[in-house]
Design a protein around this ligand. Structure first.
Ligand code: HEC
Ligand code: HEC
Length: 193
């Protein structure tokens, strides 16, 4: 497996243990501004907005750093991330990663899921995203994520529009995927419980 590198971004600032219980009230208050888009309990009801509940702590922190640095581009998230201090990045990582992850809705197209499952096996998605697709460290949770967001993310990687920390892993993976494969694998992953 490829070693994931994050270039010159300073890891030293981040990933320290988050502030302890006494500081959770302010985090809850700040996280309320996130729930307008990312949903109550970190489960998004909004098109093209990902759920955050149950994402790995480090993954959340890195994405916020990427938005803040402007290496991950998004009109909605960049201005928000620009206002977030390192301490809050740590606190948000701890906060959302502890929430109960979303459960995929009822699967109305099991044939498409079966196809998606084959794509995932063939392209060894689980080798990085873990067998349960819960993600780990800087690798995203995919299980139960919104279907149209997964499609969008894969298309963004494929088009070179989502670069993040310059991690080539997903660009390499997505570059070789057809739109049909993307549609199928997104359907499969979105319906995992
Ligand atoms: C105005 C709507 C909006 C608000 C408010 C908002 N976000 Fe976002 N957020 C988005 C959108 C849209 C994306 C997906 C961007 C993309 O497609 O690349 C996103 C993506 C993210 C991601 C990356 C998740 C992933 O799976 O890749 C994180 C982490 C995140 N937001 C954290 C936050 C936090 C923390 C807050 C509150 C401080 C917040 N967001 C507030 C709209 C919002
Ligand atoms: C070599 C390791 C590796 C493999 C193999 C891999 N991924 Fe990823 N994936 C990552 C990493 C690392 C990230 C976070 C990248 C970033 O920061 O943008 C990620 C992010 C993603 C995201 C964005 C999630 C979000 O919430 O923003 C999607 C979707 C995704 N992967 C789908 C897949 C699919 C589908 C496959 C198989 C076809 C796959 N990945 C194979 C390492 C991998």
């Amino acid at each position: 497996m490829r070693v994931v590198r994050f270039g010159i971004l300073s890891a030293a600032l981040l990933f320290a243990p988050a502030a302890q219980a006494a500081d959770n009230a302010p985090t809850q208050e700040k996280a309320a501004t996130c729930s307008g888009c990312h949903g109550e309990n970190g489960i998004s009801q909004m098109e093209n907005v990902p759920s955050l509940a149950g994402q790995p702590d480090q993954f959340i922190q890195w994405q916020l750093v990427f938005f803040r640095a402007g290496s991950r581009k998004n009109e909605q998230m960049q201005p928000i991330a620009e206002e977030i201090a390192n301490e809050d990045i740590r606190n948000f990582g701890a906060w959302f990663s502890k929430m109960t992850p979303p459960k995929g809705p009822e699967d109305k197209d099991p044939d498409l899921s079966a196809k998606g499952s084959q794509v995932a096996a063939g392209r060894r998605c689980a080798s990085c995203h873990t067998d349960s697709y819960a993600g780990t460290k800087a690798v995203a949770r995919l299980a139960g994520q919104r279907e149209e967001y997964l499609v969008k993310a894969l298309r963004d990687y494929k088009a070179g529009q989502r670069v993040g920390g310059g991690v080539a892993a997903m660009a390499d993976v997505a570059y070789h995927m057809s739109d049909e494969e993307i549609t199928a694998v997104a359907h499969y992953l979105a319906h995992l419980k």
